[in-house]
Design a protein around this ligand. Sequence first.
Ligand SMILES: [Zn+2]
Length: 366
Amino acid sequence: MNQLLGKPGNGECADCGAADPEWASYTLGVFVCQSCSGLHRNIAQISKVKSLLLDPWSSSEVEFMDSAGNNAAKAKYEQIVPAFFYQPKHKDCMLLREQWIRAKYERKEFMSVERQEPYSAGYREGFLWKRGRDNGQYLSRKFILSEREGVLKYFNKHDAREPKAIMKINTVNATFQPTKIGTPHGLQITYLKDNSTRNVFVYHEDGREMVDWFNAIRAARFHYLQVAFPVSPLSVLLPMLTRNYAREGYMEKTGPKHTEGFKKRWFTLDDRRLMYFKDPLDAYARGEVFVGSKENGYSLLPELPANTQGYHWQFGITIVTPERNFLFACETEESQNDWMFEFQTVINRPMLPQEYAVEAYFKHKP
Ligand SMILES: [Zn+2]
């Protein structure tokens, strides 16, 4: 079995790409990591897994694994994966990896296009549990995704004619947030309204439904971006479909005059937008800071100015922008280092043409 691991394709988990898989499915003929082997156990009727190290392997099983393997399985089960379809990596949440495994081997969605209808039809309608803005209660809401109209919308009453919110697909993002939302199927959808970020938190009891919604949103974004950027290659378009946040967590902040006491807030760094919230599940950001590039006058200091007062946490960060300095305090040195790293990464990256327009908006914000 050890020799088989050296064959091309078998050195990474067939489902999430993690290095050095130590498990294998002897009915599907794939080598997988320990975490994905646990997900294969959920589809025991078609996949049976064993440890390469701890379990005995018969010679006929070894022969089968030799004749199959990860590359052969990929050629069979991933024949026609749509470009927009999210293929999870090891660090992605359990739900995304589980549904990817079920889609491939159980539902065989990538062996015939008809099975891809739920996310590739360009229209999707259904009910999701949506977190209420004011009371935090989850209520069933009808959602409609329409590629033709270029929108995702939801309705507060089942028979309502007018949607409660219309989210333009060109500003929509979706990211799974099981820990923050507190449910394994929790999806955070964001969109821009008057250039400010709005959050919508949803889930569906059925994990497949939730991931189908996610991929339907990606499909709609993909088709929109193909029209908006007709000459851009897939390698440029695909990372734009949905994005995870660079970093989230608590820091303390003070106001523009730097005289008011620091307050603890939840921060999200989404590309070049640093947003802060009183509660991580707030519908609106209390404020947003644009983080530009060093060529445009943005820089970073691992400290607060010497005369600063009113903070409780000891590990300071100053973001210098052409307009003003933003002061933050982190609870631990590790958190300070992690934030510094992500801010520096953004500042080191030159600005794209479309990002100048966003910066200009922030500069003239009332
Ligand atoms: Zn894996």
